[in-house]
Design a protein around this ligand. Structure first.
Ligand code: PEP
Ligand code: MN
Length: 374
């Protein structure tokens, strides 16, 4: 294991273990369980008016979680609901409105943060309205040759982030399970060789520190969206997290899973729609394209689409990818393999490098029509 996770309390915008600790203590106390209100400050509200709200909350035994957006500040009030509701917040200087929060997720909600979250990964902004970020690579790292051939090709075609898994969640325990730390070392080499950050899945809370010490983004896969111990563990390390939608999860359940990560102090969560299980068996899964605009309305988090795992068949990848760009996703993630017939995992949905190149051209055109560059 290369490095242990740093948990100091030097404040960073997107990863703040101290904020996580204060939220945990506020939500954990007997009085405050399940209660909250969001206090939205006016544009340009002064520091003194923000401090006055936070002091008032402290004086009634509650806590204020301050989130500074590009244009306005929002304060999450955590504490006893009835005490908080008795205060005439809208009469305070600089307060625009006070909104009771009824949903079980709070910090990931649009009410809590009106501005979009933008997550920077080695200078690549994920979640910006004028960018469509493409992640591509093999489903699993199988060898140095396979990884490097794929990385070189996807980079040349315009992908900005590399994917490649070291640990694979397989339906059969006898199937290829991934190369483990050897794969992470190869990804580390590929990152330098092709100047691409990489994302890798983490399956087990015991592997979070290991994957976090190598990868730029950790991914929680569909089978683990409801693994709350794993969500807490990735919430306690500083790297961004791609959170795939559970196979049968509703959008609210998915947002609650993101809230688990936020609550621990990690505010860098990227939602990935990868298809859900329905009565339809013609495709591997049913891509829920409606989830993208719904999430954009309900939450400030970036949203990506994985057309490969959604369709599960090579011929479906391009049309679903174009749909993702058209519906307003912030990016996509695509499986590519130089020899799909030889792939140890998911060969039937992997694109050949030349197919990926063609796909990039059509997706870029759709994204450009909506003012986004790839
Ligand atoms: C993957 O991206 O390789 C993967 C296993 O996806 P999912 O968790 O969506 O099945
Ligand atoms: Mn896969």
């Amino acid at each position: 294991m290369r490095a242990s996770i740093q948990r100091d309390c030097t404040s960073q915008a997107a990863f703040d273990p101290c904020v996580g600790a204060s939220i945990r203590s506020a939500l954990g106390s007997r009085r405050s369980r399940g209660t909250s209100m969001i206090i939205v400050m006016k544009r340009g509200a002064t520091r003194a008016s923000i401090d006055a709200v936070v002091s008032k909350l402290a004086s009634i035994g509650s806590e204020g979680h301050v989130s500074e957006g590009q244009f306005r500040t929002v304060i999450g009030a955590l504490g006893d609901r009835s005490t908080i509701h008795q205060v005439p917040w809208e009469a305070f200087e600089g307060v625009q409105r006070a909104v009771p929060v009824l949903d079980s997720f709070k910090f990931v909600s649009r009410e809590f943060q009106p501005d979009d979250s933008v997550i920077e990964v080695r200078g690549i902004p994920i979640g910006r309205a004028d960018e469509f970020v493409v992640v591509a690579g093999p489903c699993a790292v199988e060898s140095r040759d396979q990884l490097f051939r794929t990385a070189e090709a996807v980079r040349r075609s315009g992908a900005r982030v590399l994917r490649g898994d070291a640990f694979k969640p397989r339906t059969s325990p006898y199937s290829f399970q991934g190369l483990g730390e050897d794969a992470l070392r190869l990804l580390d080499e590929a990152r330098s060789a092709f100047d691409m950050p990489f994302v890798a899945e983490v399956l087990d809370p015991r592997h979070v520190a290991l994957v976090s010490s190598y990868a730029d983004i950790l991914r929680v896969g569909t089978r683990n969206m409801s693994n709350y111990t794993l969500l807490q563990e990735v919430g306690r390390q500083p790297k961004p997290v791609q959170l795939k939608r559970g196979l049968t999860a509703t959008i609210k359940e998915w947002l609650n899973a993101a809230e688990y990560i936020f609550k621990e102090g990690n505010h860098q969560v990227i939602m990935v729609e990868r298809g859900i299980r329905t009565f339809e068996t013609a495709a591997r899964n049913t891509l829920d394209i409606t989830a993208v605009p719904l999430l954009k309305r309900m939450s400030h988090l970036p949203v990506m689409v994985d057309p490969s795992h959604a369709g599960g068949r090579r011929h479906l990848v391009a049309p679903l990818a174009r749909a993702a760009a058209a519906v307003g996703a912030d990016g996509m993630m695509v499986d590519v393999h130089p020899e799909p017939d030889e792939a140890q995992v998911d060969g039937e949905q992997a694109l050949l490098p030349e197919e990926f190149d063609e796909l990039m051209q059509s997706v870029s055109a759709v994204a450009a029509a909506l003012g986004r560059s790839t």
